[in-house]
Design a protein around this ligand. Structure first.
Ligand SMILES: Nc1nc2c(ncn2[C@@H]2O[C@H](COP(=O)(O)OP(=O)(O)O)[C@@H](O)[C@H]2O)c(=O)[nH]1
Ligand SMILES: [Mg+2]
Ligand SMILES: [Zn+2]
Length: 220
């Protein structure tokens, strides 16, 4: 019984990896950089994305996919605050996005016109890490209120993320968050991960992150 469940899950992941490869190749041919943003609910994904997009939108044509189980609030927030096209992708109950869902969603854009495609994945530190979306860069966010121990508890999320952004650093005075420990735990999972510290609300550290992303997008 248990073996059967494991086997089905493996098959699903193999199929998803294949589709992710196709998505990556399709976007590569069109010179589109695809950024996948993952984190828990409320860690500041949409707020940071609005701030980043406003810094990048003059240089790049950007499209945003907002994934949620239900509701359109984040796509509306992005469109209102940045003016870029944002679409809402509903997962019909699923707590992660598959590469097939990404491929379907890209059809809502004039895809050939884009330089940068951004996905705000479902708020969840577990299964989005298992499902390759076809992205060029996985950027995960960990907010100060969540605590510095999260890389110890959610190893795969930190392992598959090229960039870890510690968000809401303006709240440091009221939390016992230890940056050095956090960075050490992140690097235990992925020694190559780049770590940034930002407050999207107070506009701290976002410029540095935008410049780093820009340097990667320019290489496409
Ligand atoms: N203090 C502080 N709050 C923030 C910051 N970024 C986001 N928030 C707040 O955190 C809450 C969740 O933010 P949101 O961007 O919707 O998170 P998401 O669910 O990950 O997309 C909102 O009330 C934001 O105003 C930040 O840098 N500092
Ligand atoms: Mg959001
Ligand atoms: Zn899931």
């Amino acid at each position: 019984m248990d073996f059967k469940i494991v086997q089905v899950k493996e098959d699903v992941l193999v199929e998803n990896n294949q589709k992710a490869k196709e998505v990556r190749e399709m976007l590569h041919k069109k010179h589109i950089f695809f950024l996948n943003v993952m984190a828990s609910p409320g860690s500041g994904k949409t707020t940071l994305l609005c701030n980043l997009i406003n810094r990048l939108k003059d240089k790049y044509k950007i499209g945003v996919m907002e994934a949620d189980i239900d509701g359109d609030v984040d796509a509306e927030r992005i469109s209102k605050r940045t003016g870029v096209k944002a679409i809402q992708v509903h997962t019909s109950g699923a707590c992660h996005l598959t590469a097939q869902m990404v491929e379907d969603a890209t059809k809502s854009f004039e895809i050939d016109d884009l330089d940068l495609l951004i996905l705000e994945n479902i708020g969840n530190l577990v299964c989005p890490a298992e499902f390759d979306t076809g992205s060029n860069l996985n950027m995960m966010l960990l907010s100060v209120p969540e605590g510095h121990d999260k890389p110890l508890k959610y190893p795969l999320m930190f392992q598959v993320s090229n960039v870890a952004v510690i968000t809401k650093i303006d709240t440091l005075p009221v939390f016992d968050f230890d940056f050095d420990k956090c960075e050490e735990y992140i690097h235990r999972r992925n020694p190559k991960a780049k770590v940034f510290k930002v407050s999207a609300l107070k506009d701290e550290g976002v410029d540095e992150l935008a410049k780093y992303l820009s340097s990667l997008i320019d290489q496409k």
